[in-house]
Design a protein around this ligand. Structure first.
Ligand SMILES: Nc1ncnc2c1ncn2[C@@H]1O[C@H](COP(=O)(O)OP(=O)(O)OP(=O)(O)O)[C@@H](O)[C@H]1O
Length: 641
């Protein structure tokens, strides 16, 4: 969306141009307009009048030239028109405010129209890669009827509307032109046919609205680049008739009728601008169809065009109210937005070519982007899954190992605990325990198992091997019975016994160093050691348990990961198959579209044939009717006396 460009131009105060008696108050009355850069304010005896201050993008005083106005307001419009945008420039203002001077100019100061014509050709020449076809037409709306200014006698042309051409004036001559000079000649011709009339306000007052139109068609020289697209833009350069007060113009008769039509159509233009300047919801119906002017200018007013309006104003005090009206119109117009876009026309072949290209691009995109991306996603997910499976296996192995370790530790701990329990349940003194261990070592293979059946104890027995109380002939066999025989049934302390010298008790007391060490370790120390072992084992067990729990947690997490990955993979697969189905569907649709296009093309061909046949018939009918009319005319003339 882009706002309409609006500028205000004050013409120099009229002195001798018209009868000065009609400017009662002249230029130097109580009220005057002050132009200050982009602001205009009405002053009454040098004091600002409330509600009569305006601001615009561009304000020009009486010293501004047409060339400057063209440069500021119209040049870009012309360049855009050559590039394919519709463009409209028009002058609006009361009678004698300088509209025609602005649009047509004078001999020494060419106006917007001649400057535009030259610029169109210059710009087209600069676009070396394009070929141009330019057509011009020139029409006027006089008393709400359209006349062709390039064809004498071509009057009251109708307005038609079609889907392809939009609103158009049927039967309007369109001249193909090759140079600015050719256009200026045609303009001269049109000017000669235009309705002017003398009023009290203007010796050469425009009595009609004129629309000079250039249709600019262009196509790329290298057709392959643009897909055969043809750009067609319409440039309207409009010189409106000026609003007038009948009392001031002193109009009567024909002038009065003209004035009424002019005022009415300008009022409708004002209504259209008012409506367009309102925000969307309040806007409602736009009365384009209420006048031929607004109907023809519809694209320029809130439609597909770039538009510039030059509001011309008279500085004299006598025109204060009209100037205020013009400035109010300008203020509203600057709120109107248009939506201009390049107009491209595609031939059937170009349309087909472009659609094929689009289909190909779509196909590539579908095949390329979606499936490749999906495949990559699936591959990545598979890799992730594989990695997590490996990790899971590794963790499972670690867990197994840890469990095995824990079992071994538990087993060891249980054994140690048992040993401790055994030790605790034994109610003997540490010394007795030592001796018990020593005697236990002395047991022969024949000795009976008698728990706690302890008969005698003797400390340091093994150290006094030379003085064993057991006779030599008894060999290495010793038991309690024999012991009892020897001691005649007396249980005695072995410390009291007399030792027998020279006796060797060799085999049974052969010891390894370890057992000696063990035997030598006091029971307290051993207990402590065992407890210590036990507690360190317990600690290890706790650690192992904690590790096990951590590993189990990790395994659970991995399991979760794995299942979510599996879910994702399933979803991706689903998505992939959905996309594939969608793609198939689209390809089918595209094929159908193609065949529909072929059918349409065929229909167009048939229609064109029928149309040209019908046209031929109509032309011959017309020629025949014309001949009949001519014959009738001649015969009636002949029969007249
Ligand atoms: N900027 C200007 N510089 C010099 N003369 C100007 C300027 N503007 C207008 N004039 C002169 O003022 C007179 C009236 O101007 P013009 O005919 O252009 O008014 P208009 O708005 O087209 O009037 P109408 O609506 O009656 O056709 C002309 O003689 C014109 O030469």
């Amino acid at each position: 969306m882009e706002k309409i460009s609006v500028a205000v131009r004050f013409r120099p105060p009229a002195a001798a141009a018209v009868d000065p008696s009609h400017y009662s108050g002249g230029g130097g009355g109580d009220r005057e307009w002050r132009v200050d850069d982009t602001r205009i304010a009405l002053l009454h005896r040098a004091a600002p009048v409330p509600g009569a201050s305006f601001a615009f993008d561009h304000v020009f005083d009486g010293t501004a030239t047409n060339a400057r106005i063209y440069g500021v307001l119209v040049r870009n419009l012309i360049r855009a028109a050559v590039d394919g945008f519709n463009g409209t420039a028009f002058a609006y203002g009361q009678t004698s405010s300088g509209k025609t001077f602005t649009m047509n100019g004078s001999a020494d100061q060419p106006g917007i129209i001649p400057l535009s014509v030259r610029d169109v050709f210059d710009t087209a020449r600069e676009a070396a890669d394009r070929e141009f076809l330019i057509r011009v037409s020139y029409m006027e709306i006089y008393n709400e009827e359209i006349n062709d200014l390039l064809t004498l006698g071509s009057q009251k042309l109708p307005i038609h509307e079609s889907l392809e051409r939009g609103v158009y004036v049927a039967g309007l001559r369109e001249e193909i032109v090759n140079s600015a000079e050719q256009v200026l000649e045609l303009l001269e011709l049109g000017e000669a046919n235009r309705h002017f009339g003398e009023t009290n306000m203007n010796v050469r007052s425009s009595r009609s609205h004129t629309i000079f139109r250039m249709v600019i068609e262009s196509s790329a020289k290298n057709q392959m680049d643009s897909g055969d697209a043809i750009r067609v833009s319409v440039l309207n350069l409009v010189d409106l008739a000026g609003s007038e007060r009948i009392a001031k113009t002193g109009a009567g008769g024909v002038r009065l009728k003209e004035g009424k039509h002019i005022n009415k159509s300008l009022m409708i233009l004002g209504n259209v601008i008012n409506k367009l300047s309102e925000s969307g919801k309040q806007r409602g119906h736009i009365p384009y169809r209420d006048s031929k002017l607004t109907r023809i200018l519809q694209p320029a007013l809130g439609g597909n065009a770039k538009t510039s309006i030059i509001c011309t104003a008279a500085p004299e005090e006598i025109h204060v109210e009209e100037t205020r009206g013009t400035l109010q119109f300008a203020s509203r117009a600057k709120c109107v937005s248009n939506c201009a876009q390049v107009n491209e026309i595609l031939t059937d072949a170009a349309l087909l070519k472009r659609q094929n290209k689009e289909i190909e691009e779509l196909r590539k995109k579908l095949q390329g982007s979606h499936s490749v991306v999906l495949e990559q996603v699936i591959l990545k997910q598979r890799n992730d899954m594989h990695k997590s499976e490996l990790e899971r296996d590794r963790l499972a192995m670690e867990l197994e190992e840890e469990k095995r370790l824990r079992e071994a530790l538990e087993h060891r701990l249980a054994e140690q605990q048992k040993l401790l329990d055994d030790l605790n349940s034994t109610s003997i003194s540490p010394d007795q325990f030592n001796d018990f261990i020593q005697l236990d070592e002395l047991k022969t293979p024949n000795s009976k198992e008698r728990p706690n059946g302890f008969v005698a104890s003797r400390a340091h027995y093994s150290k006094d091997v030379e003085f064993s109380p057991i006779p030599e002939n008894l060999g290495t066999v010793a038991d309690e019975d024999l012991w009892m025989q020897l001691n005649k049934g007396c249980i005695t302390d072995l410390e009291m016994l007399e030792m027998t010298p020279g006796f060797k008790c060799s085999q049974s007391i052969t010891e390894d160093k370890t057992s000696v060490a063990t035997r030598e370790e006091p029971i307290d120390a051993r207990c402590q050691r065992l407890e210590k072992d036990c507690s360190s084992d317990r600690q290890q067990l706790e650690e192992s348990k904690a590790k096990c729990t951590a590993l189990e947690n990790e395994r659970d997490l991995l399991k979760e990961d794995n299942s979510s990955l599996l879910e994702e993979l399933a979803m991706s697969k689903q998505e992939a198959s959905r996309l594939v189905a969608e793609r198939e569907e689209m390809l089918k649709e595209l094929d159908m579209e193609k065949s529909r296009m072929e059918e349409l093309k065929q229909e167009i061909r048939l229609f064109s044939q029928a149309f040209s046949q019908r046209q031929g018939q109509l032309t011959s009918l017309y020629t025949k009717s014309k001949a009949i009319v001519e014959n009738c005319k001649t015969s009636s003339q002949v029969s007249l006396p």
